[in-house]
Design a protein around this ligand. Structure first.
Ligand SMILES: Cc1cc2nc3c(=O)[nH]c(=O)nc-3n(C[C@H](O)[C@H](O)[C@H](O)COP(=O)(O)OP(=O)(O)OC[C@H]3O[C@@H](n4cnc5c(N)ncnc54)[C@H](O)[C@@H]3O)c2cc1C
Length: 401
């Protein structure tokens, strides 16, 4: 089981950090400040792009594993891998967690309804419960019924969950590059040896080859190459990041857009709303009670595109809800949200090496979580980490296991 970490982000819980939080308090404050004003990448000047980003761990001179994407999935991958090898986490945004993860409702499920996903979910669940039980962790779960089973789901501050993994990895030596986009792997033959990155806001110079630049150039706005022993792509619902060099031909087209249209229903004052999550009442509809007082969240899961429903489609969805489930209450159409993600091949996330599919060796992908990424992130991260470490051991870059 993962060890609990006493840490948290005062951004979402002002009471979460204090003297009792020990060394984690500074981390958490820095994390929160970074999220607020985008200073995250300025914390360690001169330790960003380039060979110096290699970092030091038990793996000695091994070039780092680069993880592209600092959502819950990429952060979980970095968290697991950093225990064994140096890792550089590269995030295009200002700070980890500001992609799709930021908008998550925050429902954790102990099981998701498929053996592979259930194994992934069990891992995340165990970590979150351990955090919840740790007296110094700010992460607290509100347990809920899952399809009638008590305590099998929970509502969580999902950014605190991400912070718990990120800050632990950082203490273990993780390097973070923010406002930096992974453009492509650098290949020697069919093998990843580095990663080409571009700093945000670079203008025309951002594409200037690293070899052409004068010595001592400012990093901001330039291309560069990070040496890498492997590259893990965890880009969330970003088809363009699933279409870069080194991936199998047509790889991005194997992912299907999915969306949840979430309709809040204001319930009559007389209705009790003990925390509960329902996923099995209908093929399309899922429900959550107890996240907001007197409110039922009804989510229609649809496939094929990411466009928000038209007003007419929304009304039809509400009529369907009212008729099928005999709902009493008021649909709050002004608060409807459309959540988007990709679903991977065969309805499952793609979690593993792309080499068996014709992609480059040393290139790995964790994507297509189909709106279950919070629940499944840590288990998927363990699976990717095992694949990366097996590859490095095969190449005798680290001792075999
Ligand atoms: C509103 C909403 C509610 C949800 N509620 C739940 C829930 O209750 N429970 C649940 O289990 N799931 C939920 N989900 C789904 C869950 O949030 C996602 O499955 C999960 O956050 C996906 O995480 P991710 O790390 O794959 O993607 P993201 O969080 O999008 O992270 C990917 C990151 O990669 C970065 N990136 C992309 N390409 C590059 C590149 N080339 N270089 C550098 N960086 C790059 C992006 O900037 C982004 O920050 C919800 C989703 C939404 C939108």
């Amino acid at each position: 089981m993962e060890q609990p970490h006493p840490m948290g982000s005062p951004r979402t819980r002002p009471d979460a950090v204090g003297p009792h939080a020990g060394p984690a308090a500074e981390d958490a404050e820095t994390a929160a400040a970074g999220r607020r004003d985008g200073r995250a990448d300025q914390r360690r000047p001169g330790r960003g792009i380039g060979p110096e980003a290699t970092g030091g761990t038990a793996a000695g001179d091994l070039p780092p594993v680069v993880v592209a994407g600092g959502g819950i999935v990429g952060t979980a991958v970095a968290f697991v891998l950093q225990r064994s090898v140096p890792v550089v986490l590269v995030e295009e945004g200002d700070f980890p967690g500001l992609g799709e993860t930021r908008d998550a409702v925050g429902i954790l499920k102990a099981s998701v309804g498929h053996p592979v996903l259930d194994a992934f979910a069990q891992c995340t669940w165990a970590f979150a419960v351990a955090q919840h039980r740790h007296p110094r962790s700010p992460l607290r779960l509100t347990f809920a019924r899952l399809d009638g089973h008590p305590g099998r789901a929970a509502f969580v501050d999902h950014l605190l969950l991400l912070d718990a993994m990120y800050l632990a990895a950082r203490r273990a030596g993780l390097r973070l590059l923010t406002r930096t986009r992974v453009m492509a792997p650098v290949l020697a033959g069919d093998r990843v040896t580095g990663v080409r990155v571009a700093r945000a806001g670079g203008g025309p110079q951002a594409t200037r080859p690293a070899a052409d630049r004068p010595a001592g150039h400012p990093v901001e706005g330039w291309d560069d190459v990070v040496p890498a022993s492997a590259l893990v792509l965890a880009p969330g619902p970003r088809p363009e990041s699933l279409a870069m060099d080194g991936l199998p031909r047509g790889f991005a087209s194997r992912f299907v857009p999915v969306k949840d249209v979430v309709i809040p229903f204001r319930l009559p004052a007389t209705v009790e709303t003990p925390p509960a999550v329902f996923t099995r009442r209908s093929l399309i509809w899922r429900f959550a009670l107890g996240i907001e007082a007197r409110t039922l969240l009804a989510a229609a899961r649809l496939e094929g595109d990411w466009s928000p429903p038209s007003f007419d489609e929304l009304v039809a969805l509400v009529e369907d809800l009212v008729e099928r489930f005999d709902l009493t209450g008021e649909a709050q159409l002004d608060r409807v949200r459309t959540l988007i993600d990709l679903r991977g091949p065969d309805g499952l996330p793609f979690v593993g090496a792309v080499a068996p599919w014709g992609g480059a060796r040393g290139l790995f992908v964790a994507a297509g979580f189909g709106l279950e990424g919070l629940s499944t992130a840590l288990g998927a991260a363990h699976a990717i980490a095992a694949a990366v470490l097996a590859d490095l051991a095969d190449r005798r870059l680290i001792p075999g296991r």
